[in-house]
Design a protein around this ligand. Structure first.
Ligand SMILES: Nc1ncnc2c1ncn2[C@@H]1O[C@H](COP(=O)(O)OP(=O)(O)O)[C@@H](O)[C@H]1O
Ligand SMILES: N[C@@H](CC(=O)OP(=O)(O)O)C(=O)O
Length: 367
C-alpha cells in the first residue's frame, strides 16, 4: 500500500469542509498517510507580519516596542476562537479547542511580558531575544490548526493524533531531521493518522533558516526521513502555467507533469507555489512530489518526478518576480580577468544579501 506524506496549505485549511471531504475522508482507508498542516490562512500574517504587504503583526509590534502587541494578541484570540466556533458545533469539543489555544496565547503573552521586563535592564537587549520570539510566535498558528484537525477527525471516528513539533511543552532538541526521527519513533501509521504541526522546533530555527512557507520544509523532511512513497502538497490552485492570481485562473492551465529541474528554476525565481528548499531533499531520495488542488480531488494535479524527461523542448510555465535589477559592468581592462572580477562582485552581492537570479559574462563585461 502506498505510504504518503501530505501537506495542506493555509488557504486550503481555511476551507476545512473541502479539506475533510476531499482529502481526509475521501479514501476508504484513511491511514498510511501523514499530514503536515499550515496555520489557517492569514494567521501567520497576524502573528508576524503580512507576507505580501509587510503590515505589522504581533511580532513586528513587539520588535518596535509598540505597546499594542498585547491588544493584538487579544484580537487574535477572538479570531482563532471564531475559527473554532465554525469548526465545532458541539460545546464540549469547542471548549477543548478554545482552552488549548487560550493557554498557548496566555503563555506567549506572559513570556513576551517577562522578556520585555528583563530588557528594561541595561545589560539585556530585546534584539538578542527577537529571533526566539519570532520562532515561538509562528508556532502558535500551526499548533492551533493541527490540534483542531486531530480533534475534529477523532469526533468523526478517525484515529487521528496531534503531533506537536512546536517544542512548546516538550523538550525537543536537535536538528530538524533529529526532531522528526524522534517524533515518529512511536507512531504506527497503519493504525494512526498523524496530524503534524507545520512548524517544528529545531536547533537551526525553522523560521530563521527557511522563512515563510516553512511548513513545506517540515513536510519535505518528514517525507525523506520516513521514506514516503509519494509526497503530496494540497493547495488552493493547481500548479499552473502562470500565477493564477495574476493571470486569472481561467487563463492558466494545470501542469500535468514536471521534473525537479523545472521546480529548481521556479524556486530560483522565488515562485511561491513550492518552497525553494522543499524539492531538493525529495529529489535526492527519489520521492515523487504531487501537487494537488484541494477543490478538485478527482484531478491528478501535477507530478514532479525524476522520471519525467521530455525529449522535445517547450515552454511549460511562466514565472517572474518584481524588483529585479540588472547591474551591467563594462571595462576593456577586464579582458582575461573577467573571472576574478566576477568572483569579487559575487562576494559583494552575497554580503549585501541580494538574491541573485542569473549571471552573464562576455570578454569585457559582466551582467
Ligand atoms: N505557477 C503557479 N501556479 C500556482 N500558483 C502559483 C503559481 N505561481 C505563483 N503562485 C501563487 O502561489 C500561491 C500559493 O502559495 P501559498 O501562499 O504558499 O499557498 P498555500 O496557502 O496553499 O500554501 C497562489 O496563491 C498563487 O498566487
Ligand atoms: N503558516 C506559515 C507556514 C506555511 O508554510 O504556510 P503556507 O502553507 O500557507 O504557505 C506561513 O504563512 O509562512
Amino acid at each position: 500500500m502506498t505510504y504518503t506524506v501530505e501537506k495542506i496549505g493555509g488557504t486550503s485549511m481555511s476551507a476545512f469542509d473541502a479539506v475533510l471531504d476531499n482529502i481526509f475522508l475521501r479514501p476508504k482507508n484513511p491511514y498510511n498517510r501523514v499530514f503536515v498542516v499550515s496555520a489557517y490562512g492569514g494567521i501567520t500574517d497576524a502573528l508576524l507580519e503580512s507576507k505580501r504587504s509587510g503590515e505589522p503583526g504581533i511580532y513586528q509590534l513587539v520588535a518596535k516596542h509598540d505597546e499594542q502587541w498585547a491588544d493584538a494578541i487579544d484580537a487574535l484570540e477572538v479570531r482563532l476562537k471564531m475559527i473554532n466556533e465554525n469548526l465545532f458545533a458541539d460545546p464540549l469539543n469547542r471548549t477543548r479547542a478554545d482552552n488549548f489555544i487560550s493557554e498557548r496565547l496566555k503563555d506567549a503573552k506572559d513570556c513576551i511580558s517577562n522578556i520585555l521586563a528583563t530588557c528594561s535592564y541595561g545589560q539585556f537587549t530585546l534584539r538578542q531575544y527577537l529571533p526566539q520570539i519570532r520562532e515561538f510566535l509562528s508556532s502558535i498558528g500551526e499548533a492551533h490548526s493541527a490540534y483542531n484537525t486531530a480533534l475534529k477527525l477523532r469526533t468523526l471516528g478517525v484515529n487521528a493524533m496531534f503531533v506537536d513539533l512546536s517544542g512548546w511543552n516538550n523538550k525537543l532538541s536537535g536538528t530538524l531531521d533529529e526532531v522528526i526521527v524522534e517524533a515518529f519513533k512511536e507512531i504506527d501509521v497503519a493504525t494512526e493518522l498523524p496530524i503534524v504541526t507545520g512548524y517544528a522546533y529545531c536547533d537551526e530555527g525553522l523560521m530563521k533558516t527557511y522563512d515563510r512557507g516553512y511548513s513545506e520544509m517540515t513536510f519535505s523532511r518528514i517525507a525523506c526521513q520516513t521514506s514516503a512513497d509519494l509526497a503530496i502538497i494540497h493547495k488552493e490552485y493547481h500548479l499552473s502555467s502562470a500565477d493564477p492570481r495574476i493571470a486569472g485562473p481561467e487563463n492558466v492551465l494545470p501542469i500535468g507533469q514536471s521534473n525537479f529541474d523545472v521546480a529548481d528554476q521556479l524556486a530560483n525565481l522565488g515562485m511561491e507555489a513550492i518552497h525553494p528548499n522543499a524539492a531538493s531533499g525529495l529529489r535526492k531520495k527519489d520521492i515523487p512530489l504531487q501537487i494537488k488542488n484541494t477543490f478538485e480531488p478527482e484531478h491528478k494535479g501535477t507530478l514532479i518526478s525524476q522520471a519525467y524527461q521530455p525529449d522535445s523542448e517547450k515552454i511549460e510555465i511562466i514565472a517572474g518576480r518584481d524588483k529585479v535589477f540588472a547591474l551591467h559592468i563594462f571595462d576593456q581592462a577586464m579582458v582575461g580577468n573577467v573571472d576574478n572580477v566576477g568572483y569579487e562582485l559575487m562576494e559583494m552581492i552575497a554580503d549585501e544579501r541580494v538574491n541573485l537570479v542569473g549571471k552573464e559574462m562576455s570578454a569585457n563585461s559582466l551582467t
